[in-house]
Design a protein around this ligand. Structure first.
Ligand code: SF4
Length: 315
């Protein structure tokens, strides 16, 4: 058995997701400075055949058979490879076959080839598409995503707008926020304007959770993560942080400390909201002071108000 099919892995975006790795390691149209797979070794925009589609389908079917026998549930079959999944010329054929299995299909793409009509046609067949949008300024985009020279940001952005008009499924966006690369206020505002135009079901803002391709690359500081969150929110975007610290608890009153950390790693909390939660649970503010002392929580200012955000250990 190869490692084309993996999981299912639990994912906040996708529930229990069975992964398909349809691209060999580091064949990509980008070489993002933060890529957790290292530098791209094969920078390419040419759609081509990598694996035999029937081998992919066969492996998926076999894995699903085992999972069903052991009573395991799968929410999505997801194309999430070690490179850019839309480089696979056989994507169309693979989706057509996988649809017969009656499980929803998802894909996480870097959006770089979305200006190609045939790529948009393939993406339209998915139930869920997650688009990477890190930058809307050509210089920032080149610095952070280090694209293949044949791609232009203008074309990518047009492609994204066209796709968002045509697509009937669930559209998500993901923006990796990197310190001093794309987290300046004016850029965050332009990003939010663009993302607001495409109206995703949800826009995720993430930071690296594993060692990046290049030394010295760090996730945005809490102040700027909160800034991005608030600016997106003000534009009416349904936004969440995706930071690798989410936990799975959202039931206030049980383990209050754990709940506060879970919530603030996804949605920074305004001070008055947090104080109301404390009052409802009959706890004093000491619990917050302790989380701050323990460097688990941070108080940040935005528009004259205090917000609390989870501190992220990976820097
Ligand atoms: S698009 Fe994804 S796989 Fe490609 S370099 Fe960027 S992070 Fe890595």
């Amino acid at each position: 058995m190869s490692n084309i099919v993996f999981g299912p892995v639990p994912s906040r975006r996708l529930g229990r997701s069975l992964g398909i790795n349809n691209i060999p390691p580091k064949v990509c149209s980008y070489s993002c400075v933060y890529c957790q797979l290292g530098r791209t070794t094969n920078l390419s925009v040419e759609r081509r055949r990598f694996y035999d589609p029937s081998k992919i389908i066969e492996e998926v079917k076999e894995r699903i058979k085992h999972l069903r026998e052991s009573g395991e549930k799968i929410d999505y079959i997801t194309f999430v490879p070690d490179g850019e999944p839309t480089l696979d010329i056989n994507l169309h054929e693979e989706i057509k076959e996988l649809k017969k299995l009656g499980i929803k299909l998802a894909i996480l793409t870097n959006s770089s080839l979305i200006w190609m009509e045939d790529v948009r046609e393939d993406l339209r067949m998915f139930d869920l598409v997650s688009l990477k949008i890190d930058a809307v300024d050509p210089n920032i985009w080149k610095r952070i995503n280090r694209p293949h020279p044949e791609i232009s940001l203008e074309k990518v952005m047009h492609g994204i707008l066209d796709f968002s008009d045509e697509f009937k499924g669930k559209l998500l966006t993901e923006t990796m926020l990197i310190r001093r690369y794309n987290d300046q206020r004016d850029h965050i505002e332009k990003l939010a304007d663009f993302i607001e135009e495409i109206k995703p079901s949800k826009a995720y803002i993430s930071i690296p959770t594993r060692p990046p391709a290049e030394k010295g690359i760090k996730g945005s500081i809490e102040e700027n993560l909160n800034l991005a969150y608030q600016v997106f929110l003000e534009k009416g975007i349904n936004v969440e942080l995706l930071t690798g610290f989410e936990g799975d608890k959202f039931s206030i009153l049980q383990d209050l400390e754990g709940d506060i950390l879970s919530i603030t790693s996804v949605h920074p909390l305004r001070e008055d909201v947090l104080l109301k939660l404390l009052a409802r649970s009959g706890k004093s503010q000491e619990i917050i002071d302790k989380l701050i002392r323990d460097k688990k929580l941070k108080r940040v200012r935005y528009c004259g108000k205090n917000f609390f955000i989870r501190r992220f250990e990976y820097r």
